[in-house]
Design a protein around this ligand. Structure first.
Ligand code: KG4
Ligand code: ZN
Length: 366
């Protein structure tokens, strides 16, 4: 059995082929970074257009690399949400057309569920690791922070962010610091040479006793600290979502991370430490409440070196196996969508999948 996966929820156009053992036969990821870079963030209309252009090419390439014909596809798995509606519609429509034309089933996949199971995929043509439930999952990305318990047949949400996602905080701080988009990888590199305990930055918890996350206070505190130091790499008033064409190419204002003052390097390292500490704190609390049997950490922010190290050490100390995705599967890709689709298909089969609609919001477990 061969599964074709399609992912177009944000700024990566991706098509993958997976076999029934979760072996990745091909995983083409076409990034739109260059198209969005002048704006310092993802512009939805540009994303949708770029998907339209890139998807047929990625599709051909995915089949070619997997060495298969379109007639050999048995199942189509496509991201139906959450994400940018215009972007999602491109992949979902293509997936439906393909499934209809070939007479094969289509599974609409929750993008976060894709991330959740991405940690089980192996990069070098090996079968996926066996998925043994129950386990806990922490999905941390540019749009989400969700902590869930994955049981047989259901996903129980335990905590999510009340405001910004951690990746979003990385991106906005990096943008203000003039470090470009996406912010996570560059702050990760800069933080490696800084002192993360120099500035203890506060990360709030909602006052209602829930385990939810909140990162907007930290982000605002950071922006204030950067301003105090006259670090302002973005366009004037650059904070907030990009609107309309930039007054001037944002990438002109980028600065070389090597040229950052040591004090700013320490500040960025402290910012990263604060995010990692908040995530660890919630993982620890939930572990105390529920005794985790295993923890799976995924999403773009799961590429972060300090987070990977900290959670692995935590798991070793508590006797909780911690599973992290291989780095190629941390950021958006269609292999994870194909795999989540395959698991869903095995669990539930498919019902009237051509009626699936794109959903901009779609929390895990709903
Ligand atoms: O999962 P993803 O590719 O897209 C979403 O579904 O959001 O995640 C992208 C996010 C961006 O915010 C990016 O800055 C962040 O993941 N990211 C990182 C790192 N690599 C990517 N954040 C922290 N450290 C990293 N090394
Ligand atoms: Zn994602």
């Amino acid at each position: 059995m061969l599964v074709l996966g399609i992912e177009t929820s944000c700024d990566e156009t991706s098509v993958a082929v997976l076999d029934e053992e979760g072996r990745v036969r091909s995983n083409i990821v076409s990034s739109q970074l260059a198209a969005h870079a002048p704006y310092g963030g993802v512009v939805p209309e540009i994303a949708a257009r770029a998907h339209l252009e890139n998807l047929p090419v990625a599709f051909e390439q995915a089949l070619f690399e997997a060495g298969i014909e379109v007639s050999e596809i048995d199942l189509v798995a496509v991201t139906a949400g959450p994400g940018l509606i215009g972007a999602l519609l491109v992949g979902l429509s293509a997936g439906k057309a393909l499934a209809f034309a070939r007479g094969v089933p289509l599974v609409p996949v929750n993008h976060l569920e894709g991330h959740l199971f991405s940690a089980f995929l192996r990069a070098r043509g090996e079968a996926a690791l066996p998925v043994e439930r129950p386990f806990h999952g922490l999905v941390v990305s540019g749009g989400h922070a969700e902590l869930v318990r994955v049981e047989e047949g259901r996903i129980v949400p335990l905590a999510r962010t009340r405001d910004d996602a951690p990746g979003e905080a990385f991106d906005k701080v990096a943008r203000r610091a003039g470090l470009g988009y996406p912010g996570g990888p560059v702050i990760d590199r800069v933080a490696a040479r800084g002192n993360g305990s120099r500035y203890p930055l506060p990360v709030g918890r909602p006052g209602d006793g829930s385990n939810d996350f909140s990162f907007s206070g930290l982000k605002t505190a950071m922006l204030r600290e950067l301003q105090k130091r006259r670090v302002n790499g973005g366009r004037p008033g650059a904070f907030g979502e990009p609107q309309g064409p930039p007054q001037k190419d944002y990438s002109d204002t980028l600065i070389d991370p090597e040229s950052l003052e040591p004090d700013v390097v320490d500040l960025l390292a402290s910012f990263q430490r604060a995010i990692v500490t908040a995530l660890l704190d919630r993982v620890e609390t939930v572990h105390r409440e529920q005794r985790m049997r295993g923890l799976v950490v995924s999403g773009g922010v799961a590429a972060n070196s300090e987070l990977r190290r900290t959670l692995s050490e935590w798991g070793a100390a508590r006797g909780v196996p911690v599973l992290l995705p291989e780095r190629v599967f941390t950021t958006d890709n269609a292999a994870m969508i194909a795999f989540a689709g395959l698991l869903r298909y095995r669990e539930n089969g498919v019902q009237d999948s051509l009626a699936a609609t794109a959903r901009s919001r779609w929390p895990l477990g709903s």
